[in-house]
Design a protein around this ligand. Structure first.
Ligand SMILES: [Zn+2]
Ligand SMILES: [Zn+2]
Ligand SMILES: [Zn+2]
Length: 149
């Protein structure tokens, strides 16, 4: 049977000190890795500190938490045309987003669909585009059909 080594990282976190807590997590992760751990477990709400209470009602606190998670490599973000940023788990399948300007419908498309454009931008402009970073805005099929009737 395969054995898994688990590091129980009992770090002291401080409520609201997101950068400091993220650094404490990274430090403990380094120690866990050096000790040969396969999995590292942290206290509940390790990034925000426990308990965050009313801080979770502040959108900028939630955003700071997500940005700290992104710096740690756990999530990525995509910008939508409503200026709202959507977050995805970093291990989720990468995909593009189509947003209809008319009805607001959102659709996911495989990232491979955008690959020809990414390749041309790289070959012809030396530019490495991250096409999953922003949604593509346009008119969806249903709305296009209505307007052409
Ligand atoms: Zn998505
Ligand atoms: Zn539409
Ligand atoms: Zn961004």
């Amino acid at each position: 049977m395969a054995r898994i080594r688990i590091a129980a990282c009992q770090i002291n976190t401080f409520v609201g000190d997101l950068d400091g807590n993220a650094n404490r997590i990274l430090e403990a992760l380094g120690q866990a890795e050096a000790a040969g751990a396969d999995v590292a477990v942290f206290p509940e709400l390790a990034i925000t500190g426990y308990p965050p209470e009313d801080l979770v009602l502040r959108p900028e606190f939630v955003r700071d938490n997500l940005e700290a998670l992104e710096e740690l490599g756990y999530v990525t973000h995509t910008h939508f045309d409503d200026r709202v940023t959507r977050w995805h788990r970093a291990d989720a399948q990468r995909h593009g987003h189509l947003v209809c300007r008319s009805c607001g419908a959102e659709q996911e498309v495989p990232i491979g669909l955008l690959e020809p454009l990414a390749r041309r931008l790289r070959d012809e402009h030396g530019f490495r585009a991250d096409l999953a970073h922003s949604a593509i805005v346009g008119i969806c099929k249903a709305c296009a059909n209505v307007s052409s009737e």
